[in-house]
Structure formats: C-alpha cells, structure tokens
Write a protein that binds this ligand. Structure first.
Ligand code: PMP
Length: 355
C-alpha cells in the first residue's frame, strides 16, 4: 500500500480528527462513519464512473465469499463460466450447488497459459462469469467478453485499469491488492439483478438487503473501509485510474522486456502475450535450484514476496498500484544480472575442454 495511505490510516487509528478516539473505536452508525461511507462511495462512483443504476457495496468475508453468494443470489438455472486459472476454477466449483455450471471455455489443459478462444455463451444463461486478472497464473482479459449479464471478479485489477461499468452486471474484488486490507470486498452491482434473489437467501448474503442497509446490516470492517477511503484519496491525487493504468503498463513492460530478451534462460508462464497480466508477472527459471538462488539474490537486494504461488512455483512479481516503477526496474536489473552470470557459467563450462 502507498506509504501516505498507511501513515494517514495509522494517524486516524490512534486519534481521528482530534477526537481523542481512533476511527476503529467509533460507532459504525455514528456521524463520522456515515461521512466515511458517503465519501468512499462518492469517490468510487467518480473514479470508476459508476452509473446511478448500480449500487456500491462493501461486503465481508473476502472475494471467496462472493464465489458462493453470487450464484446463491443470481444463478436460477444455468450460468456460463470461463476458466482461466485457479480463481475461476474455485468460483465455478462453488456455483455448482445452485444450478448448472457451463464451462464454456477453459485453458486448464495448457496450464492456464492463455485465455480460451472459440467459446460461445449459452443462450439464456443467467450470467457469464470471468476473472479479469488471474492473480496466480498471470493472465488477464485485455478485452472483457460481452454479455448482457457479465459478472467480473476483478480482485487483482480493481482501480488498476478502467472498467466500463455500463457493460457489466456485477464487478467485485477483494480489497487486499490495490485497495486496502484483506477481508473487505468492494462490489458494484446493477440493481435489476436483485429481482432474481430467492426469498430463501439469508439477509447477510443478500445483495439487495446489503444495499438497503448501506452495507451496514451488521458491524462492517470500519477500519478497512477507512483505509479504502485513504487509498481512493491517494488515487485521485495521483491522477486517477487512467494515470495509474499508464504507470502499470510501463511497470509491467520493464519486466516483460527483460523476460522476452532473456527467453533462453527465463520461461514465461503465459504464452498469450496480448493477455498477459500487468499485475502479476509469472515466469520460471531452468531449475528449482536456480529459482531458489534467484529468490535469495532478490532478498539480498531488498525485494521480497517473489516466490510463485504454492501450486505453481517459479517466480511471481505482483506489481500492484502502490509498487513504484523503481521496484520493477530493480527486478528487471536483477533478472538481467542473474541470467548473465548463470549463462556465462554455462557457456564457459561448455567451452572448457574435456580432459
Ligand atoms: N479472486 C482473485 C482473482 C484473487 O486473486 C483472490 C485472492 N488473491 C480471490 C479471488 C480470493 O480472495 P479472498 O482471499 O479475499 O477470498
């Protein structure tokens, strides 16, 4: 998270506006929190150009909870899912309890190295579900599919690229990549979807009930919402989403350039170049031992968290909004230095005469 956001949030946690009490100690139904929720929603609406027919909701339980509550509320008969990685696999699995799940396209057979092509939506399906950016494998939909009820998990891309909300039925994401602390979910929901919600859905899982209660049906994670607000203030100061997207493209390009240039040493996990992630750059080294050495070297240079996801291995550079361009340049430099040393060792070994 941006240092300014952390510092402002830390101050508010200790003493909010000189009240002698921290933001997390104030009532979630008091005037201070009313103002926090109102400003947060106004900023989300302005930054993302959210039309009036949509609600902005703050939900709990992480994005995984919505893997279940989305079909619980909106899957009446059948829904289409495009499987591009572990997060869509999990979402499709969670939906099976509520209706027929049509996997209309999947790149699982090729290790999620691309986005599926040649798929067709099922006529009459309740919705089409996609993940805009697969955080683990590193693919993204650079162009989102079109569908009258398109549901998008944008956990790792919310506020990192512009989304045309008018083309979507529901956009949601866990806050922990670009927006704030884990546990909080930001959801933008087209209100006409509410008609589909069965009366058996408990209020706490019911999007309409949450909207009616201003996302305060029970005690919400007020401090997490406050950190989101500070992040939105920061985003606006930085120039908004188009400027952040421009920087994100530049940041990712630095690493991909090194990756493409050194393709005889590093292997990108994603082969579908137009759809490679700008948030999570994933690649492999020739051996496990070299991967470990690379990780050690990265830590020695002050870079942490580069180990690939536990199910995938290799390297994953997560370069969310708050990562400065210098961090990406440092990684690209490490990639070049490391490959150069190792390749020169290999070539000198090859050249050594066999005695
Ligand atoms: N979707 C995506 C794309 C994710 O990256 C993640 C978590 N990293 C999730 C869903 C699950 O989020 P949570 O851990 O908040 O449930």
């Amino acid at each position: 998270m941006p240092p300014e956001v952390l510092e402002a949030s830390a101050r508010a946690l200790v003493d909010y506006n000189g009240m002698g009490a921290g933001i997390a100690e104030l009532s979630h139904r008091g005037p201070e929190l009313d103002a926090v929720f109102d400003e947060t929603t106004a900023r989300v609406r302005a930054l993302m150009d959210v039309p009036d027919e949509y609600d902005v909701l703050y939900l709990q339980g992480g994005a995984t909870t919505l893997f279940a509550t989305i079909p619980m509320c909106f899957l009446r008969e059948q829904a289409d899912y495009l499987i591009t990685g572990e997060w869509t696999l999990k979402a499709a699995e969670a939906a099976r309890y509520y209706g027929r799940v049509n996997v209309i396209g999947s790149s699982e057979a090729t290790g999620f190295d691309r986005n599926p092509t040649g798929w067709h939506p099922t006529p009459g399906a309740d919705y089409l579900y996609v993940c805009s950016n697969e955080t683990i494998s590193g693919t993204r939909w650079s162009e989102l599919p079109s569908h009258p009820s398109l549901i998008v998990d944008a956990s790792s891309e919310l506020m990192a690229r512009p989304f045309d909300v008018r083309r979507l039925a529901l956009l949601f994401g866990g806050a922990q990549k670009n927006l704030g602390p884990a546990g909080l979910v930001l959801a933008i929901v087209r209100r006409d979807l509410y008609e589909r919600i069965p009366s058996t859905v408990p209020a706490i899982f019911d999007f309409r009930a949450q909207a009616k209660a201003g996302s305060r049906l029970n005690t919400p994670p007020t401090f997490a919402v406050y950190m989101l607000l500070e992040t939105l203030r920061w985003l606006e100061r930085e120039g908004g989403i188009p400027e952040i997207e421009r920087r994100n493209e530049q940041k990712a390009a630095l690493i991909y350039e090194a990756l493409d240039e050194l393709s005889d040493f590093y292997t990108p996990t994603v082969t579908d170049k137009p759809n490679r992630s700008r948030m999570n750059v994933t690649f492999r080294l020739p051996t496990e031992a070299l991967t470990n050495q690379f990780l050690q070297e990265s830590e020695a240079r002050g870079m942490i968290g580069l180990k690939g996801y536990r199910t995938v291995g290799g390297i994953r550079a997560s370069i969310y909004n708050a990562m400065p361009i210098e961090g990406c340049a440092a990684l690209a430099e490490l990639m070049r230095d490391f490959a150069e040393t190792k390749l020169s060792v290999v070539s000198s070994r090859k050249q050594r005469p066999v005695l």
